[in-house]
Design a protein around this ligand. Structure first.
Ligand SMILES: [Zn+2]
Length: 339
């Protein structure tokens, strides 16, 4: 049987999703393929090779990001000048043992290393594009420059790996939300992004305060909060106004948690795999298949895509500036001492 006679299901059995820790050899695989492709493409469109800087070849995907686990498949993106005939170029590459995988009008994908016996030693995906159609290049670059984001991406992939081991479309789909989020951050001008960024200590205090209030008063987490560096306001639905002693206790408990220096950690879960104690009512229905869960020590757990401190001591001190109670709504105005 040849690969092209197999059903998608059979192919996914033969080529499961496999993740491996970063392998420095991937860079060598890429370099070898790059040399070969430069040669092949130059021969296919000599007018481009005469000014050889016109062919751009990039190493993209997770194998191009040091330090994170990845599918051991090297992704390569080639940008052709508008004068090139993408189909001609693809044919030349096919003559060199690559297999055409998919195509649309201005894009052709090829691969190498898929055999009837499974993966070959080196496996490649090649994305043939026209100049400028290259968002993946910036994405890989962003991950290289932001190791914390790269680690989040890795954690997401590790969490969905086994669920989608034999379902490559599902695996790709589950990563899409994250990739789109990162792309959106990348598009925002830096100044803007900076202004919009939440004050991490104040926002992390919001998580803690929600849990303190749930435990002390049996209420819901706040659905109405305005968090800022200088002054944060947050409302809780309570049947009775808390007493001054209780308000003091809220503050005391908060500062105790801050002193405990609880770590803030992240995990990615699929919607049908939500840890106990996590409520999803604050999330929109279409929030995505995969959720980011934020834990603060063993004290609090909550889905959130915001930015947080690494551990609670960074909040330094929590101070309630004022409170008010109106018609079942208890408002706390607070500030934190962190910079
Ligand atoms: Zn948060």
């Amino acid at each position: 049987m040849a690969l092209q006679d197999m059903t998608l299901g059979e192919l996914w059995q033969l080529f499961p999703i496999v993740l491996e820790s970063h392998n420095p050899e991937w860079k060598v695989w890429y370099e070898d393929a790059r040399q070969e492709l430069l040669q092949v493409i130059s021969e296919a469109c000599p007018e481009q090779s005469r000014r050889n800087s016109l062919i751009a070849i990039h190493h993209i995907g997770s194998t191009a990001v040091p330090g994170i686990w990845a599918k051991p498949i090297v992704d390569i993106l080639v940008e052709l000048k508008p004068t090139a005939d993408i189909d001609d170029v693809a044919k030349s590459i096919e003559d060199n043992g690559w297999i055409r995988m998919s195509e649309s009008q201005r894009r052709i994908s090829l691969n190498r290393g898929y055999t009837i016996h499974g993966y070959a030693k080196r496996v490649y995906h090649l994305h043939l594009r026209y100049e400028g159609d290259n968002a993946e290049v910036a994405f890989a670059e962003y991950l290289r420059l932001h190791p914390d984001v790269a680690k989040e991406y890795e954690a997401l992939k590790l969490s969905i790996w086994h669920k989608y081991e034999h379902d490559r479309d599902g695996y790709t789909e589950a990563k899409t939300k994250f990739i789109k989020q990162v792309m959106k951050i990348m598009e925002e001008p830096i100044l803007n992004a900076h202004n919009k960024e939440e004050h991490r200590p104040s926002h992390t205090a919001e998580h803690l305060l929600n849990q303190v209030m749930v435990r002390m008063f049996g209420c819901e987490r706040s659905k109405n909060a305005h968090i800022e560096r200088k002054k944060s306001k947050i409302n809780y639905n309570l049947n009775v106004a808390p007493t001054p002693t209780q308000i003091e206790e809220i503050e005391a408990r908060m500062n105790e948690l801050i002193q405990q220096d609880l770590p803030v950690t992240y995990e990615y879960v699929t919607r049908d795999n939500i840890p106990e104690g996590v409520k999803l009512d604050k999330l929109p229905e279409d929030a995505s298949e995969t959720l980011r869960i934020v834990r603060i020590g063993d004290f609090d757990i909550c889905p959130c895509i915001g930015q947080h401190v690494e551990s609670t001591k960074e909040i330094v001190f929590f101070h309630i500036t004022s409170t008010s109670y109106n018609d079942g709504s208890f408002r706390i105005v607070y500030k934190v001492k962190a910079e």
